[in-house]
Design a protein around this ligand. Structure first.
Ligand SMILES: Cc1cc2nc3c(=O)[nH]c(=O)nc-3n(C[C@H](O)[C@H](O)[C@H](O)COP(=O)(O)OP(=O)(O)OC[C@H]3O[C@@H](n4cnc5c(N)ncnc54)[C@H](O)[C@@H]3O)c2cc1C
Length: 379
């Protein structure tokens, strides 16, 4: 097999977007997937583009999320132009509904938290929220509108990015799983596939939840799968304009009229089965938020595996082997973080510097932890 400037293991939206950016920068890129690319988390996702932190652990990711969201319109325009496909981008804002009895205190806490992080958020009275989104329950007490947030049809996006990468010169190799990184001294010379070695100046690991199974990668990217179950609904008599949230659920309208409801977060290994309990939980929370969904048709149920890292933050940047980079661990925000991930990796490879601080996300944070843990082990 020929040599590449860049070999990428994993053809989800992250690997595909990196392939696109680097091919456009004139590099010879090979994108290797163990199956048909684009069929894992990037296919299973809900496609919400929200940089707001879901919990304190992910506050450190807000600047990355904001930067990525601001790149989205240009990213979509480029991908759609090159691929000739629509990515179902919707810049309609998102609305979080509050049911609590002490909504006044809850509302001011949420608004203060958002403003403190430089995120736009507006408090809404229940009646104003229902005027914007008539599907909302009568029990909603107040709401928060985040006007800048968006959504995208992640299945359409992933397919369009893969096409755009190929049109830009990247070579895609389905059915070519990476067994190991090809290590020689303190350099990574490429990937070891099933029956061959593949040489590249730069090797990028973007295999989502499966990254740690590639021999030599777990020390830098100890990711594990966090299963998420989803349900797609269709309701003839109900329109939802924005992404709607409650404490237990989100509802994501698509341009084709489907409403996605999700998602569970389960640590059950590499199991992608949907379960009665998971679907029941999603449907009851969906109907609580928008009661008329009780009459909706169930069109599809599925589950996917989010690549979670020990601190729930992405794993981005160079490892301590020359030529090896990680682009994984994007957990619940990989669709949001796609444009910034591709940009930072491209900048590192073409300029050896990046336009925003990414040290917090370095794969070396786990390498150091592993070394310290082994020092403490009895001989
Ligand atoms: C239910 C659910 C809802 C979500 N909702 C959102 C959301 O609303 N917003 C958001 O931003 N994010 C969301 N996410 C998270 C987001 O989908 C992921 O973070 C993102 O898709 C990760 O992309 P990826 O390319 O890294 O991984 P994946 O899409 O999983 O791709 C990894 C690829 O690597 C390939 N691969 C595996 N092993 C190997 C190997 N050894 N060699 C070569 N290739 C290999 C796989 O076949 C696959 O194609 C959600 C995820 C799920 C599951």
């Amino acid at each position: 097999m020929k040599k590449f400037d860049v070999a990428i293991a994993g053809g989800g939206v992250i690997g595909a977007a990196i392939a696109l950016d680097l091919s456009r920068a004139g590099m010879c890129v090979g994108l290797f997937d163990r199956q048909q690319p684009g069929q894992e988390a990037s296919w299973a996702s809900a496609g919400i583009l929200s940089p707001a932190p879901e919990n304190p652990a992910t506050v450190a990711m807000v600047p990355l999320g904001k930067a990525s969201l601001s790149l989205y319109p240009e990213f979509i325009a480029r991908v759609e132009e090159i691929s000739g496909k629509s990515a179902g981008f919707r810049a309609k804002g998102t609305l979080e509904a509050l049911f609590s009895h002490d909504t006044k205190a809850e509302l001011s806490t949420i608004i203060a938290l958002h403003h403190g992080l430089g995120l736009k958020a507006e408090p809404l009275r229940a009646e104003d929220a229902r005027e914007l989104e008539p599907a909302l329950s009568e029990d909603v007490e107040a709401a928060v509108l985040r006007p800048d947030e968006c959504s995208v049809d992640n299945r359409a996006l992933t397919s369009a990015v893969l096409d755009a990468a190929q049109h830009s010169g990247a070579e895609v190799f389905p059915g070519h799983g990476a067994k190991a990184i090809w290590r020689e001294g303190d350099r990574c010379r490429g990937l070891i596939l099933q029956n061959e070695k593949l040489e590249a100046k730069w090797t990028i690991i973007a295999a989502g939840s499966f990254s740690a199974a590639i021999e030599g990668v777990a020390v830098y990217a100890p990711v594990r799968p966090a299963k998420g179950q989803m349900v797609a609904l269709r309701a003839e008599d109900l329109e939802i304009e924005r992404v709607l949230w409650s404490e237990h659920i989100y509802l994501v309208p698509r341009n084709d009229g489907r409403i996605l409801a999700g998602a569970t977060v389960e640590y059950v290994g590499f199991d992608k089965r949907t379960t009665a309990g998971g679907v029941e939980k999603i449907l009851s929370a969906a109907i609580e938020l928008a009661p008329r969904l009780a009459n909706a048709r169930i069109e599809e149920t599925w589950a996917g595996l989010r690549p979670d890292s020990p601190d729930h933050l992405p794993i981005l940047g160079p490892a301590d082997l020359d030529g090896l980079l990680m682009a994984t661990g994007h957990f619940r925000s990989g669709i949001l973080l796609t444009p910034i991930t591709a940009r930072l990796i491209r900048e590192w490879i073409t300029e050896q510097k990046v336009s925003m601080d990414w040290d917090r996300f370095s794969p070396m944070r786990f390498r150091t932890q592993t070394a310290e843990a082994s020092k403490k082990m009895p001989a």
